[in-house]
Write a protein that binds this ligand. Structure first.
Ligand SMILES: C[S@@+](CC[C@H](N)C(=O)[O-])C[C@H]1O[C@@H](n2cnc3c(N)ncnc32)[C@H](O)[C@@H]1O
Length: 218
């Protein structure tokens, strides 16, 4: 799969690309391209945003700049999903992650300051996605959240079996995962449930499913 991220801050992604599981699939199952609006802007001196019509503070990302960036990347043959990252979009959840992970190619558009000229979202994008009902300073963190969530769904990203049984997975009926514990078995009087030390795998499995149901029902 290929994901193209359009951003004013491509170097922000350096940390993410070194982390597993993303690093594991990069260059194989995943091609990640970071595209800077400034590299293709038709305006002088790398300008990409402008004052808002009607007045007010903050700069707005220009529609002609984003259109030029998309044309430079794709010509007229744009990916089926061009996603604007905005707090006003559809809230990201695991079903949306799975939906995007099934795409062969999609683009993520991030903005900064006051956000997008609305025509970018209405005319150039197919989707608008929010990572939650709060406002961040730029679309780079939302893009990283989405890229990471999608990357871990790709073949080979995770150790065999570990991606099938986790919170929000179909295997757990979309519910929450059961609790995990490791050594020490007892710490300051906080004990690991006896069942997990029993070695009885069938009973452990039943207990875990039950714990998952209890957590999901809360
Ligand atoms: C300061 S925000 C703009 C907020 C916008 N003026 C509003 O009130 O809806 C700047 C950029 O950060 C990104 N952003 C901020 N919060 C986000 C969120 N919750 N989900 C997705 N993107 C977000 C978007 O790309 C947005 O255009």
């Amino acid at each position: 799969m290929r994901i193209d991220v359009f951003t004013q801050v491509p170097h922000a992604f350096a940390w993410l690309t070194e982390q597993k599981p993303l690093a594991t699939v990069l260059g194989g199952e995943l091609e990640l391209r970071l595209l800077n609006y400034r590299d293709t802007t038709p305006l002088r001196a790398g300008q990409v945003d402008d004052d808002p019509y009607g007045g007010g503070s903050g700069m707005v990302l220009r529609v002609d700049v984003v259109d030029a960036a998309l044309t430079a990347a794709y010509g007229v043959d744009r990916p089926a999903r061009v996603v604007a990252l905005t707090p006003q979009g559809r809230q990201l959840d695991q079903p949306l992650v799975e939906e995007l992970a099934a795409e062969p190619h999609f683009a993520l558009l991030s903005s900064r300051f006051e956000g997008f000229d609305d025509r970018i979202v209405s005319e150039l994008c197919t989707d608008a996605v929010s990572i939650g009902p709060y406002v961040l300073s730029g679309g780079e963190l939302p893009a990283m959240v989405l890229v990471d969530a999608v990357a871990r769904r790709l073949p080979g990203a995770l150790a065999e079996g570990s991606g099938e049984l986790e919170s929000f997975s179909a295997e757990l009926d979309g519910g929450l995962e059961y609790p995990h514990y490791t050594r020490p078995a007892s710490y300051r009087g906080w004990d690991v449930p006896d069942i997990l030390l029993s070695g009885d795998h069938a009973r452990i499995e039943t207990w875990r499913r039950e714990q998952s149901r209890i957590r999901s029902a809360r």
